[in-house]
Design a binder for this molecule. Structure first.
Ligand code: GUN
Length: 318
């Protein structure tokens, strides 16, 4: 069997196009433009690239996009003051503070300072708790993107066995919740998990998010499994070139899997696309509105009046 690649770039592009249509509709009918603020502390090269991509794509879909670049030795109090200002800014619907933060800053104090209604990363304990309770919430972008990718190749996840390797707050833990809600039997694994290969071999879907280059080998997979690779690792090849590799040994895994995400071009683009989708969701929720997407005819928007809310398929935060 030769696996089919799940093309995250084109799936993300379609989602961004749908977000851009939402933005045009909100501008034309509701007279507002969603605003996204992205805050970067320091000059970590990878974070700088991510933040630029997020700001560029935010502009491309028609958002008001603001970028804040703070020095690596910024006081925590100064960073908190920026967040407070953004919380109070009516033109800003989404606030993202790029992680990791420098060691002298308490990450949790920062994440908890972001208004839960503007928490487009879904990292605030309020949203984490609501997600865990199965309540409408702003959920983290990478897990939302992964579920979307899986849904492009299998529409009914009910009863499927999934192994999620990695238990980070950004990917593994929220993804396990989302997949559990979709009816999957989820095994949360990590590098230390005993018998990891044999656990993976029983799974219909393997998600590798452990941050370990080429951890998942071809012979760890059940024939026909769906493989989602969240890893982005730098590896040096036999002639000394640096290349990006995932947490899955791609060539081997492609011989056993039915579908597989490439690195790059798989999960990564979906994370940014869901940041944009979450910003629209936050923008409409904050105003007591709702948008219902119909993927056949792109989307249907309901009236921008609060009275209609109850009649709609709401995904409100309040
Ligand atoms: N660092 C790595 N991934 C993410 C993410 O999804 N959001 C933020 N804010 N920082 C990150």
């Amino acid at each position: 069997m030769k696996a089919i690649k799940i093309d995250g770039r084109s799936i993300a592009e379609a989602l961004r196009a749908s977000v851009a249509r939402d933005v045009a509709l909100l501008r034309d009918e509701c007279k507002f433009t969603p605003g996204l603020a992205v805050v970067l502390v320091g000059k970590d090269p990878a974070s700088s690239v991510y933040v630029k991509t997020k700001a560029r794509q935010a502009q491309a879909v028609g958002f008001k996009s603001q970028q804040f670049q703070l020095p690596s030795d910024v006081d925590e109090a100064e960073l908190l003051a920026v967040i407070e200002e953004l919380n109070a800014d009516e033109s800003i619907d989404g606030i993202l503070v790029q992680l990791p933060l420098p060691g002298h800053i308490n990450r949790w104090r920062v994440l908890e300072a972001i208004s839960p209604a503007k928490d487009v990363d879904g990292f605030h304990p309020y949203n984490v708790g609501r997600l865990a309770a199965g309540r409408p919430a702003l959920a983290p972008c990478t897990p939302l993107g992964i579920v979307h990718l899986i849904n492009t190749v299998v529409s009914d996840l009910n009863g499927l066995d999934v192994v999620v390797i990695g238990r980070s707050n950004i990917v593994g833990k929220p993804l396990a919740l989302l997949l559990g809600d979709a009816g999957c039997t989820v095994t949360g694994a990590q590098l230390q998990t005993r018998n990891l290969p044999s656990i993976c071999r029983k799974a219909d879907i393997v998600v590798a998010a452990a941050g370990c280059a080429e951890l998942v080998r071809g012979n760890w997979l059940k024939p026909g499994a769906i493989v989602i690779d969240v890893g982005i690792n730098r590896a040096i090849d036999s002639i000394g070139n640096i290349r990006l590799v995932g947490d899955v040994a791609f060539a081997e895994a492609s011989e056993r899997a039915s579908y597989i995400t490439p690195v790059p071009g798989g999960v990564g683009p979906m994370t940014v696309a869901y940041l944009l989708a979450n910003t629209v969701k936050a923008a409409v929720s904050r105003r007591g509105l709702s948008l219902v997407r119909n993927f056949e005819s792109s989307y249907i928007s309901q009236s921008c009046s609060r009275e209609h809310d109850r009649a709609l398929d709401l995904e409100r935060l309040t």
